[in-house]
Design a protein around this ligand. Structure first.
Ligand SMILES: C[S@@+](CC[C@H](N)C(=O)[O-])C[C@H]1O[C@@H](n2cnc3c(N)ncnc32)[C@H](O)[C@@H]1O
Length: 289
């Protein structure tokens, strides 16, 4: 597997973006980790660890008891970054890094062990066969342990309905275009298989019991501060990348204005932009053997 992965995304090129997102989301990630870890849990495997913010939060949460965190990724530079992030937290937490493809059964042998908790955040939707991917991740969970995945809850919003340039409703149209991009990204993966069910049902189909979900907000109201402002600009750049071939010239021109530092509409200078998203955690337990 190359760093380009199955989805034709060069994940290593996203290191800074993922780092910035980790910084923005740090309070919610810490809360998520505190909610996920049971008092007796000592071992965690994170699949698709990105820049390592979540792995570092697990290492921090295990620092008192001691434990082990294994980070797994297909992208070598992200893997190195995630390992470094997690390693610097505590001497009492062992950190392993494994470069492996989560879409291949060789993942199991490459990781070579099971954990109390396996987590994959915003990763499974990048695998060609998501249900096969979940089944594979279940094999990394020890009997009685749990698999948690984090996936999109609600679409991220950053703009007022009427931004004062172009027609009102710009963001809704950008989101619709991004959804179209997402479906194309999925359908173009070699071996792409549809997942015609919701995530908790998929966790049950993958062999887990007591599957359930909850969601949490990342809410940075207007006016946003430095990291929040950066997150708004990151989001608008992502929407431009995903949507530029799918929207009208007028909407593209409006989006360009929002991204143009010399424009009176520049999002980086506005006091009415905000960052609001909802992520959903889906979790299930591997039955005792
Ligand atoms: C959207 S990022 C999410 C990163 C991190 N979990 C987070 O929440 O910020 C997707 C991650 O999954 C990794 N990834 C994508 N496809 C993969 C595959 N087939 N095998 C292993 N890792 C993969 C990427 O390299 C990247 O680190």
């Amino acid at each position: 597997m190359t760093a380009h992965s199955h989805d034709n995304i060069d994940w290593d090129a996203h290191l800074q973006r993922l780092r910035d997102a980790d910084e923005l989301n740090a309070p919610e990630i810490a809360q998520l980790v505190a909610t996920l870890l049971r008092p007796t849990d000592r071992t965690v495997i994170e699949i698709g660890a990105g820049a390592g913010g979540t792995a570092a939060a697990f290492a921090a949460a295990l620092a008192e008891s001691g434990g082990a965190v294994t980070v797994v990724d297909g992208a070598p530079q992200l893997l190195a970054a995630a390992r470094a992030q997690a390693e610097e937290v505590s001497d009492r937490v062992g950190v392993r890094a494994v470069q492996a493809d989560a879409a291949a059964d060789s993942l199991i042998e490459a990781v070579g062990q099971q954990a109390d908790l396996v987590i994959a955040a915003f990763v499974v939707h990048h695998l060609p066969d998501q249900l096969a991917g979940l089944r594979r991740l279940v094999r990394l969970v020890r009997p009685g342990g749990r698999l948690a995945i984090v996936e999109f809850g609600l679409q991220t919003k950053v703009l007022p309905t009427d931004v004062g340039v172009g027609e009102p409703g710009l963001e809704a149209r950008l989101i619709a275009a991004r959804e179209d991009w997402f479906q194309q990204m999925r359908s173009e993966m070699t071996g792409s298989v549809r997942l015609p069910m919701g995530w908790t049902k998929a966790l049950s189909a993958a062999g887990l019991v007591e599957a359930r979900s909850w969601s949490y907000l990342v809410d940075r109201p207007a006016p946003v501060d430095g990291p929040g402002r950066e997150a708004v600009l990151r989001r608008l750049h992502l929407l431009r990348r995903n949507a530029e071939d799918r929207i009208s010239p007028a909407d593209l021109a409006a989006l360009e204005e929002l991204l143009d530092e010399s424009s009176e509409h520049y999002a980086g200078n506005r006091d009415d932009v905000y960052y609001l998203t909802a992520n959903t955690v889906h979790i299930g337990t591997r039955p005792e053997a």
